[in-house]
Design a protein around this ligand. Structure first.
Ligand SMILES: [Zn+2]
Length: 471
């Protein structure tokens, strides 16, 4: 489901009807929706943790980030301009704090109430979210509950989409670049045949990706127009200083990735589906990932770059905490002889939720684990919890991770539960999403930023993965 011009036009009328309906249906007060009991948002039958609706001047307002990310949208918040951008760069929806006008590619849309920020959370009118994202919306006053229903999968469009300019039509889109386990992983939307070479003084490996260009998620991360170079920091590697990447040429379109080495080293470069691996293990004699019965583990530190995730009690960003934990997990897994590791991100980058799932699916991974920190409006909310999307496929993994991580945190045991998060819904192997603790809880936030605590959690995650995989 993407924002498209026709969808905008179709939903405009519906939006007006819903706005009128809202005036009659919604409670007549200016108050948190939680006047009676705790109010909540239920998406596709699952309560969204930490997402509390508020009622302002008869309009139910919901936290936009939580809702849109559950649905797999990119959400970008620009503090300077006060603007929230939802959707990909081709047809974004732009809302402005304090303004009742939202803008899209096809024109402007009026909101019943302007978006506002409260406790680091941006709220927008529920009906607007529903109509613009094609969600079914129901407000149940008795239980202070908002029910959202995501649409059935879209039928294939009867009119083929407008083709891109002819010289770009066959270009692969490079969606993410990460480095872990002495291995560079490049994810594309189609198979790309890389060309590699080495250079000396200083030592480096140059990988050219013919007929390739950067995809939207990478373009959001940084200026990657022709000649602009972005750097991926690589920490604690004995072999690699950093990884740089750029659009090397526009005609023909070529992406260049350079691995800056600390010493000359052999490497093995190969494809696995739409993934490209440059493996520096064993001086390049390492067999392809997953060979010799090794289990492939994909670790996904949540959020990244423009998406900070939850903002903690004292302002800790979830994306930073989960990357720190993820890199500690990576360092531990690197020492496991029977596990090959892929990270969806190893720096402050933002692969989309779909990209993250696709990396794991393309690699035929054995296990996918997404690492997160939790957030709730109530600062008293506390504890560790782990989610699976499909019980048959993933409950055992989720239970095992929860058991180990909760024992390591010592936080309240919130259990192993079902939820339809995009990354665990779209991965085809056993997958789980662990919420280590609540960043909105002062004590848990402080703990989660401690190095030794993070190490303990990382060890627990590795222990859980190993128990589950039987390695
Ligand atoms: Zn998160």
């Amino acid at each position: 489901m993407k924002f498209g011009n026709s969808a905008w036009q179709k939903t405009l009328g519906l939006c007006v009807i819903l706005m009128l309906a809202a005036l009659f249906l919604l409670p007549n007060a200016i108050k948190p929706a939680s006047a009676a009991a705790q109010s909540s948002i239920v998406l596709d039958g699952q309560m969204i943790d930490g997402a509390e609706p508020l009622v302002v001047k008869q309009t139910t307002m919901v936290p936009i980030r939580v809702v849109s990310q559950q649905l797999g949208y990119l959400v970008n918040w620009n503090q300077t301009s006060g603007q929230i951008t939802i959707g990909d760069s081709s047809s974004p929806l732009v809302l402005t704090i304090g303004s009742t006008t939202a803008n899209s590619a096809s024109g402007s849309v009026q909101l019943e109430q302007p978006p506002f920020v409260r406790a680091n959370t941006t709220y927008v009118p529920l009906r607007f979210v529903g109509s613009q994202m094609g969600l079914g919306v129901k407000w149940e006053q008795a239980s202070s509950t908002v029910y959202l229903q995501s649409p059935a999968p879209e039928p294939q469009p009867s009119v083929p989409p407008t083709p891109a300019p002819s010289d770009n039509v066959n270009n692969a889109s490079i969606d993410s670049i990460s480095f872990s386990d002495n291995r560079l992983t490049i994810s594309a939307n189609q198979a790309v045949t890389p060309k590699s070479s080495t250079l000396t003084a200083p030592d480096r490996i140059v990988v050219d990706l013919p007929s390739s260009a950067f995809g939207p998620a990478m373009l959001v991360n940084s200026n990657l127009s022709l000649g602009q170079v972005s750097t991926l920091t690589v920490e604690n590697s004995p072999l690699v200083k950093q990884v740089r990447y750029s659009l090397f040429s526009e005609s023909p379109s070529t992406v260049r990735v350079v691995i800056d080495l600390k010493q000359a080293v052999g490497y093995n470069i190969y494809n696995e589906g739409n993934l490209i691996f440059v493996d520096l293990n064993q001086q390049g004699t390492a067999p392809p990932i997953g060979s010799n019965g090794k289990k492939i583990v994909v670790i996904d530190p949540g959020h990244g770059y423009q998406d900070p995730g939850g903002i903690g009690f004292t302002g800790v960003k979830e994306k930073d905490m989960v990357l720190q934990v993820g890199l500690k997990v990576a360092a531990l897994l690197k020492q496991e002889p029977n596990i090959d590791l892929i990270m969806t991100r190893s720096g402050d980058t933002y692969p989309t939720l779909d990209d993250r799932a696709k990396i794991a699916n393309d690699a035929n991974a054995d296990v996918f684990l997404s690492i997160h920190g939790n957030k709730a409006a109530a600062t008293s909310a506390a504890g560790t919890e782990t989610y699976y999307a499909d019980a048959k496929r993933s409950k055992k993994l989720s239970d095992t991770i929860q058991k180990h991580v909760q024992a390591a945190t010592g936080f309240r045991d919130r259990g192993s539960k079902q939820a339809n998060f995009v990354v665990i819904r779209k991965t085809t192997m056993p997958g789980a999403l662990v919420e280590i603790g609540f960043l909105s809880n002062q004590a848990e936030e402080a703990m989660m930023m401690q190095d030794d605590f993070q190490q303990r959690v990382a060890l627990a995650i590795v222990a859980g993965l190993k128990e589950y995989l039987g390695v």
